[in-house]
Design a protein around this ligand. Structure first.
Ligand code: PEP
Ligand code: MG
Length: 886
């Protein structure tokens, strides 16, 4: 049977959202439940995909079906396209599966031409209205279909208003509007080189094509990328007979929400304009009145509208966002959809709906967008001040929140300025581990280089500090402590504001306010915990972040990056000494200095965890990251170590690697320098024994994780070092403490050989940052430079370092899970790359059967919610081992 590409509203229903788009499905549903909906038809999303498959053409089959449906609509309405007695006028609107407000195009009053305008002017006895419709149609059609641009038409309107000495569009009379219509058509002809189309069917085909085309306009593409909407979905097109809100003072149009979308308060909220069409409300040409005033102007229509609102909420069991028109006092519903809302409103509405008996807990959990929670956890700009500000540039939104501070260029300055009470933003070409203390002291971080998983981004997300990264537009002059952006020079001490949620950069001070967490937040989270089946841990490497993560509901630490513990000022000399040692003895001497510090760190972390588990990952990064780059630091180090500056420089030069990400790092460090693994094992086990002794009520089971494993024998070698040291210490302490040794899977070879490794490993933690880097073969630090071109050319839709590439990297992970479990059904499986806090990736992790995800502290609530949503949508037969054990 041939594919059916068109549906009358009366043929569809709310469940057909994929095919009819949200708007089409809801128009159908409203029709079915007897709402006053002007009739029409929907051209399916499949027709849109077909349009693209056919090389941006509407094929003959679909064209024929459109003609057939015009016929049907003419019969239903008793009106005809171009008819001189009873002309049919329609609106043409886009409507994708997921709502994308304002992203695509709309055309109203289609079907008008010179003759038809005369007819409706006479019939309605309202020539002003008729000509207003026509000039609007020419304007919209020219802009949307022929891409002539709005500004020429707006200019003509302004000139006309000036000539007539009026300020409002509504003050123009029929003759003015008629003159404008002919000026518009002349403008059209001048730009396009052809007459404005007068055949309504030709107009309709042009409009449908334009809506299909608008699916791929730049703002729609950006919106899709931000909201995880696949480009393959396409948009549906709704063709609906017009109801007119601009026929006089007994007409009007409005938009309304059944509850307040900013606060969630259960009170109708909306705006209404008399004698106007829909776009006037949205475009802000005139100031609309609050919806409540409609009660006085149109008591009957208002009462009916209130009734419709109630019915729609009861029907959809969610807050509705509606568009409607009143034509000569009669109400017409043009659209309804689940309304967009702030995070705070989303939580309140979900809880209220549960309390009102409208939905159950699962539905409440499912209806919150996890990404929105972020805004509840970080400081935000004062909305009034933000409205007045214009960004000077936009870069990667690497870590959410808002920051406002004075520009500083070095980590030391950040520390110093902050110590004397100044608020600072640290601006760097890129950050390095040595900057960590400066990053802690800063309100926000801005980098010129680096992507979403660059050092700055990962560290900032961990700390919950706002970070905007990869702003290539900055011309940096670090030496002279200034930079140039968009032709303006910014010096040290100048104010800057950063929005880590949008990537916007402002060259001025915008005050921030602390976000408040309302009581509903806890309720929703408790329900999420009840229904999720995966564990949620955190990535943390200091007690402060650990405590924060525990507050956010983390059930333990899934990744403690031990190298971060060495970045602090009092540790760096010892680790540098270790790196620059020539002999095992020298190295052991340096390691002996580090051991008590490391043990102390672990003890503090265990204390902050209050008995929850912690996976400690052994040293991972290339060693050269720790060595000094400044002359004075090199000299200091030479002095400390009793070596010459030349010797130290030679050692540093010797550590140089062409590709450090694929170089001497991870477990390779333990293979070459087993004493590092020995020291770290001692620090972990001794810390756990000490904490166990202090807290007999806790059951300490330390977990040691070996990074960057690619081969069983490599893992077995490092593991044997760990077990021999650990067993001896535990025995000597007279303890029977258990411990676990597992490995990261972040090298494709480890994933391919998961069945070899699993019988020897207690757990796998997928390091999806490195795994993505190595599966794609592009650097996690540099990919940001070229990925934009890939989005533009629709090769990739999203950053694979932020959102797991389920098709490639995800498939490898899923297979590794299967292979690993085939030889060791008890191997615990988790993920600790950045994807562990990304909602769609978390849902994927649930679907492939991972036991837990681990993410930065500020993403823990997001991961808890996403895990619950995945479990509600696709429940597993059994709870994961991890949740039972934790
Ligand atoms: C990873 O590679 O995913 C990971 C968690 O390790 P890191 O980011 O420290 O390399
Ligand atoms: Mg890694």
């Amino acid at each position: 049977m041939a594919t059916k590409f068109l549906y009358l509203f009366s043929e569809g229903n709310a469940n057909m959202r994929n095919l009819l788009g949200g708007k089409g499905a809801n128009l159908a549903e409203m029709t079915n439940i007897g709402m006053p909906v002007p009739q029409g038809f929907t051209i399916t999303t499949e027709a849109c995909t077909q349009y693209y498959e056919d090389g941006e053409k509407i094929n003959d089959e679909i064209q024929a079906e459109i003609m057939e449906y015009i016929d049907k609509l003419e019969k239903i309405t008793g009106k005809k396209f171009g008819d001189l007695e009873n002309p049919l006028l329609v609106s043409v609107r886009s409507g994708a599966r997921a709502s994308m407000p304002g992203m695509m195009d709309t055309i109203l009053n289609l079907g008008l031409n010179e003759q038809v305008v005369d007819v409706i002017a006479k019939q309605s006895n309202n020539p002003r209205w008729a000509w207003d419709c026509y000039r609007r149609f020419i304007q919209m059609y020219s802009d949307v279909v022929m891409e002539v641009g709005k500004k020429y038409f707006e200019q003509l309107i302004d000139e006309m208003k000036e000539k007539k000495g009026v300020t409002q569009d509504v003050e123009l009379n029929a003759d003015d509007l008629k003159t404008l219509a002919s000026q518009f058509k002349a403008e059209y002809k001048a730009k396009i080189g052809a007459d404005f189309p007068s055949d309504p069917k030709e107009q309709l085909m042009g409009a449908i094509k334009a809506v299909f085309r608008s699916w791929n306009n730049p703002r729609a593409i950006v919106y899709r990328r931000m909201n995880d909407i696949p480009g393959s979905w396409g948009t549906a097109v709704n063709v609906q007979s017009m109801a007119f809100g601009n026929m006089g003072d007994d007409c009007g149009t409005g938009v309304a929400f059944t509850r307040n979308p900013a606060t969630g308060e259960k009170k109708l909220m909306g705006e209404f304009l008399t004698n106007a069409q829909g776009e006037d409300v949205v475009a802000g040409v005139r100031t609309p009145m609050p919806i409540q005033e409609m009660a006085e102007k149109f008591p009957e229509a208002f009462a009916q509208f209130q009734d419709v609102c109630q019915k729609l909420e009861d029907h959809y069991r969610d807050m509705q966002d509606m568009e409607f028109t009143v034509e000569h006092g009669k109400l017409y519903m043009l659209q309804t959809r689940n309304g967009k809302r702030t995070a705070a409103a989303a939580l309140k509405i979900a809880c209220d709906l549960v309390d009102e008996g409208m939905i159950d807990e699962k539905k409440a959990v499912a209806m919150i967008d996890p990404r929105n929670l972020d805004t509840l956890l970080h400081p935000q700009f004062d909305p009034a001040a933000l409205k007045k500000a214009t960004p000077i540039a936009t870069a990667l939104p690497a870590s959410p929140g808002a920051a406002c501070g004075k520009i500083v260029f070095t980590a030391d300055d950040a520390k110093e300025w902050a110590a004397r009470g100044e608020k600072v933003c640290l601006v760097r070409l890129e950050t390095s581990p040595e900057d960590i203390e400066g990053m802690v002291a800063s309100q926000g971080i801005l980098t010129v280089r680096g992507g979403m998983t660059s050092h700055a981004a990962v560290v900032a997300r961990g700390m919950g500090t706002c970070c905007v990264s990869g702003c290539g537009a900055i011309k940096m002059d670090e030496e002279n402590k200034k930079f140039e952006l968009d032709g303006k020079v910014y010096q040290e001490g100048d104010w800057i504001s950063l929005d880590g949620s949008t990537g916007n950069i402002y060259g001025e001070a915008i005050p921030t306010i602390d976000a408040s967490i309302s009581g509903e937040f806890g309720r929703i989270m408790a329900w999420a915990d009840k229904y999720r089946q995966m564990g949620v841990r955190t990535n943390a490497d200091n007690p402060r972040d650990t405590a924060q993560a525990v507050k956010f509901g983390a059930e333990g630490i899934g990744l403690c990056r031990t190298e971060h513990m060495f970045f602090e000022e009092d540790r760096i000399p010892a680790i540098r000494e270790m790196i620059c040692s020539d002999t095992v003895e020298q190295r052991e001497k340096a390691l002996a200095k580090l051991e008590p510090m490391q043990q102390g760190d672990f003890e503090a972390m265990y204390e902050a965890l209050e008995g929850r588990p912690m996976t400690v990952r052994f040293l991972d990064p290339p060693l050269h990251e720790f060595v000094p780059t400044e002359e004075e630091d090199i000299a200091l180090m030479a002095k400390d170590m009793g070596k010459s500056v030349e010797d130290i420089k030679a050692i540093i030069a010797g550590l140089h690697e062409f590709n450090p990400m694929m170089g001497h790092r991870g477990c390779r460090l333990s293979v070459t320098f087993p004493e590092i693994a020995r020291m770290q094992t001692r620090a972990v086990i001794k810390a756990a024994l000490a904490v166990q002794a202090r807290h007999p009520e806790w059951t300490m089971v330390p977990e040691i994780m070996i990074p960057l494993v690619g081969e069983l024998k490599e893992f077995a070698y490092v593991k044997s070092i760990v077990t021999s040291v650990a067993d001896e210490l535990i025995k000597a302490a007279g303890s029977d403490m258990k411990y676990k040794v597992g490995n990261m899977i972040e090298i494709p070879r480890a994933a391919m050989c998961a069945d070899d490794i699993a019988p020897h490993s207690d757990f796998f933690s997928f390091g999806s940052n490195d795994l993505t880097q190595l599966v794609f073969g592009f650097s996690r630090d540099d990919a940001g430079k070229f990925l934009d071109a890939y989005y533009e050319k629709k090769i990739y839709e999203s950053d694979p370092f932020a959102r797991l590439d389920q098709h490639g990297v995800g498939r490898l992970i899923a297979n590794a899970c299967r292979w690993g479990r085939s030889t060791n059904p008890d191997v615990k499986l988790g993920i600790c790359g950045e994807h562990g806090g990304d909602p769609s990736s978390v849902m994927f992790c649930h679907d492939i059967g991972l036991d837990y995800v681990s993410c930065s502290p500020f993403r823990v609530p997001i991961a808890r919610l996403a895990a619950a949503q995945a479990a509600i949508k696709n429940p597993r037969a059994t709870e994961s081992k991890c949740r039972r054990a934790m």
